[in-house]
Design a protein around this ligand. Structure first.
Ligand code: 5GP
Length: 200
């Protein structure tokens, strides 16, 4: 098991509805040493990609994006969730369905934050169905910038987002891939071979 899988086993809580809670170390209380390890690992995996910005979605992605951006020596940008958008032409907009909140919203990024010269590493805490990442990809495309890669801390391999985005040709690196989890027993099974097929 890698450092993250060990931590997930120790402190992650499997909830009904295919939700893994990692509030005690990643997205409420944040273990900064773990965050730095995560950031170093992403920087290692995406070394040589000439990344100019790290993009994420608020709120749980922000700490991760900042840590990765610091490792890479570039700025972090986060897409803001908004109920109503004043489409005055100064923002890129994308639609996103939330897996955890079961709602639909828009996210925006100011045009001042991204442009066509950017090589963007998109990061987030989880991928489930891939809606959040798809929205961020669409924002990068609206800016005519390049998606340099996708970095996910925890992929739920039994949901189709990771499979779909890899099939679209994106380089998606997940630091832990969960193939199976059970809220009743608390069992968590990690994917040993990241190239192995999905388990839906
Ligand atoms: P997707 O858009 O891929 O369906 O879901 C990804 C988003 O939903 C992430 O931004 C993440 O914050 C949230 N999410 C999805 N699954 C989980 C989960 O099991 N636990 C937590 N804490 N967040 C999740």
């Amino acid at each position: 098991m890698n450092f993250l899988e060990e931590r997930i086993c120790r402190d992650g809580i499997v909830k009904p509805g295919n939700v893994l809670k990692v509030d005690s170390f990643l997205n409420h209380r944040i273990d900064i040493r773990l965050l730095d390890q995560i950031a170093r690992e992403f920087a290692r995996r995406f070394a040589g990609q000439k990344i100019t910005k790290v993009l994420t979605i608020e709120s749980s992605g922000i700490a991760i994006a900042c840590a990765v951006a610091r490792e890479l020596g570039v700025d972090a940008v986060f897409a803001k969730k908004t109920a109503s958008v004043n489409l005055d032409g100064d923002v890129y907009v994308a639609e996103v369905d939330s897996f955890t909140r079961k709602n639909h919203s828009k996210v925006i990024v100011s045009k001042r934050c991204l442009d066509a010269r950017d090589h963007v590493l998109i990061v987030d805490d989880f991928i489930a169905n891939g809606c959040a990442l798809q929205a961020l990809i669409s924002i990068v495309e609206s800016a005519e910038a390049t998606v340099a890669g996708l970095g996910i801390v925890i992929e739920k391999g039994f949901q189709e987002g990771g499979y779909r985005l890899r099939n679209l040709g994106y380089r998606l690196e997940s630091l832990a891939i969960i193939d199976r989890m059970d809220a009743e027993t608390g069992e968590l099974v990690f994917r040993r071979d990241p190239k192995a097929g999905p388990v839906f």
